[in-house]
Write a protein that binds this ligand. Structure first.
Ligand code: FHN
Length: 429
């Protein structure tokens, strides 16, 4: 009888521990999704050539040349506090750095590979300095880790641009190195999230992804992991590996059930490229707003230059976004997407009894949107308080904007309604 009681007590303990862990993960994910806006940073020795990180190896840049760039890599103007300040000035809440991209170069002093920053002229721990600056400035810190590694002899593919290669590789040894590097990164820098990338090549299996995911969670169950360790990348299900979806270079569809984050470049290239085309302020703001309106986060990428600075025009653009967020931030941070499915004319976010209508295009100064069944609009106003005429009749709501539109990037009307807007069903507009 005593043995039975003991067994039941242990079972109860395990079940409550699992449910506590699930609740903790849910709370962490909600906290992450409330941030809405992150900065992605793609950086490495390839900035000396201004070509794409990883992908230009053995293409625009000969492999031997690419793999020797670290010997000249000396970003003496790198200032972690300045990068974090540029992010904060944009209203950004978290930062993700490419600690190791597909080219295999490590921006931290690892004992698992000599191909690291301490063997460059720079000899400083870029990942560590960024982690410290983020902590000091209250910025959530995340780390990008590549799955594939074209430089590692144990990885069976040495570059994507050479079909003649015949490399044996040793995936067991490769994963041992990966685990060693991940343990260093987790225990030294305490990242809030790990952003994996490069799951698509044949040698890597879904089971490999699951093995690494479980290993990470065994070190720190709180760490959020994106969905690019496994092979299933479009949905979160029993097959997929990871905690959130990661649409790339596009704004994700409205999804009220699965957490997602779009990663998009401020320019065209991920790593720095001289005179690269940069997005306008309107495009930056509308990208952020449409992402939030879809119930997702935006991880917005900058590529610092070879001397370690983020180029001035990108810093200036980030500041302009931040100036907009200082006024309209409450319509993005801590909101939920919807209830309206975003379209080219407008999108919406919601918090409590408020629906923020983000108006991109209006017929003259009038925007007509679908009525919301059973809802009464108690007040309609612009940010700053100016009242707006918003009438719901039949199957439509008509919003009349003032003759002079307050903002050329995104005009936001606040609808205060008679109930919790976050409980409304999704409405196709
Ligand atoms: O190959 C990478 C690319 O260089 C970049 O890092 C993006 C960012 O998400 N991910 C991969 C392309 O899908």
């Amino acid at each position: 009888m005593a043995a039975k009681r003991y067994f039941l007590a242990c079972l109860l303990l395990i079940i409550s521990a699992q449910s506590f862990a699930q609740q903790a993960q849910k709370a962490r994910m909600r906290e992450f999704m409330d941030q809405r806006f992150g900065m992605f940073v793609h950086f490495g020795p390839v900035t000396l050539r201004g070509t794409e990180i990883g992908w230009s190896r053995n293409k625009e840049v000969a492999q031997a040349d690419y793999d020797s760039l670290y010997k000249e890599f000396n970003p003496v103007l790198f200032n972690a506090d300045a990068w974090v300040k540029a992010a904060k000035d944009a209203g950004i809440k978290y930062l993700v750095i490419t600690a190791k991209h597909h080219d295999g170069f490590c921006l931290w002093p690892t004992k698992f590979s000599d191909y690291n920053i301490m063997n460059s002229p720079f000899k400083r721990d870029i990942v560590g300095e960024l982690a410290k600056a983020c902590k000091k400035q209250g910025m959530i810190f995340g780390i990008y880790c590549t799955v594939l590694d074209w430089h590692d002899k144990n990885y069976p593919i040495q570059n994507p641009n050479d079909s003649t290669q015949n490399v044996k590789g040793d995936m067991t040894a490769f994963k041992t190195t990966m685990k060693g590097e991940l343990k260093e990164l987790i225990t030294r820098y305490d990242p809030y999230l790990l952003w994996f990338d490069g799951y698509w090549e044949k040698p890597w299996t879904n089971a490999d992804g699951r093995e690494i995911y479980d290993y990470i969670k065994s070190i720190n169950p709180q760490i959020l992991v994106n969905n690019r360790l496994g092979k299933v990348s479009e949905v979160l299900n029993n097959e997929s590996v990871g905690d959130y979806l990661t649409p790339e270079q596009r704004i994700g569809q409205l999804n009220m059930n699965e957490p997602w984050e779009s990663c998009i470049t401020i320019c065209q290239q991920w790593a720095w490229k001289p005179n690269d085309q940069m997005k306008s302020l309107k495009e930056c703001i509308q990208t952020l707003v449409k992402t939030a309106a879809g119930n997702g986060n935006l991880l917005f990428n900058v590529g610092p230059m070879m001397d370690g600075r983020i180029e001035g025009r990108q810093v200036a653009r980030l500041k302009e976004i931040g100036d907009w967020m200082k006024i309209y931030g409450s319509s993005v941070y801590n909101t939920r997407g919807g209830p309206f499915v975003p379209n080219d004319n407008f999108a919406s976010t919601r918090k409590g009894n408020k629906i923020y209508i983000h108006i991109f295009k209006s017929a003259g100064n009038t925007l007509t949107i679908p009525a919301i069944t059973g809802v009464i609009i108690n007040k309609a106003s612009l940010f700053g308080g100016e009242k707006v005429d918003a009438k719901q009749s039949g199957n439509a709501i008509q919003i009349i904007l003032p003759a002079k539109l307050p903002d050329e990037n995104d005009n936001v009307v606040i609808l205060e309604i008679n109930q919790d807007a976050e409980k409304l069903p999704v409405i196709k507009a």
